[in-house]
Design a protein around this ligand. Structure first.
Ligand SMILES: [Zn+2]
Length: 221
């Protein structure tokens, strides 16, 4: 699985800035992948685990966070560059859509198991934060995006290019590229109607874009 990931790093995407704060969440960069840290009253929460354990431990130390203190890891999906470092969160519950367990089994040889199954449309409360779960099947069967305090954490459902446009992931990386693009358009339509709530669209493999305009334009709405 390593070679497609390396190719992804070469795409014409906007830069990821480690430590960048987007409302309540902080970007935690490892190479070409970002996970996001959400500090909460109940303890730190991660959106995706990050790729490499040593690098993620270092990047979290820069934020003053010990991975052992993380209480929850919310997965956008189960590809290895999003779950590779999951072992460092020794006390965290793992949250994901149940449809992702198959990918997790493949990518982790059965070692990574969902503790808290999520539901499409669910509003999760952790500490003082409400987290909306939106299913976006296609890149993987159980891909999810999370809306937290005006920031939509997109996982691999979209990329922001250096020109500021939105693109779906390269189709060779998605289980079902047509479904992935359809899901992204459904998401664009849903977020367009709530544009006053959305400050940032934040993919895992590029920098973010402000507001919903780029996503709406991509969807041709
Ligand atoms: Zn992926």
């Amino acid at each position: 699985m390593l070679s497609p990931i390396l190719l992804l790093a070469c795409a014409n995407v906007s830069d990821i800035e480690d430590g960048r704060q987007l409302n309540s969440v902080v970007t935690v960069k490892d190479w070409f992948t970002s996970a996001y840290l959400l500090p909460t009253d109940a303890g730190p929460v991660m959106i995706d685990a990050g790729y490499r354990s040593r690098n993620m431990t270092g990047a979290l130390a820069d934020q003053g966070v010990d991975p052992a203190d993380v209480v929850g890891v919310l997965l956008t999906h189960g590809h290895t560059d999003h779950i590779g470092a999951v072992e460092i969160y020794t006390n965290a519950q793992l949250y994901a859509l149940p449809d992702e367990q198959g990918i997790l089994d493949e990518e982790s040889s059965g070692e990574v198991v969902i503790d808290v199954p999520l539901t499409d449309g669910e509003i999760l409360t952790i500490g003082q934060h409400s987290i909306e779960v939106i299913g976006v099947p296609g890149h993987t069967p159980g891909s999810a995006v999370f809306l937290i305090d005006g920031v939509v954490l997109m996982g691999d459902t979209a990329l922001v290019t250096k020109d500021g446009t939105i693109e779906p992931p390269d189709e060779k990386y998605s289980e079902d590229p047509e479904e992935a693009e359809a899901s992204l358009k459904v998401l664009a339509e849903a977020l367009q109607s709530r544009s006053d709530e959305i400050d940032w669209i934040a993919p895992a493999h590029s920098g973010p874009t402000a507001g919903v305009d780029a996503l709406v334009e991509f969807a041709g709405l």
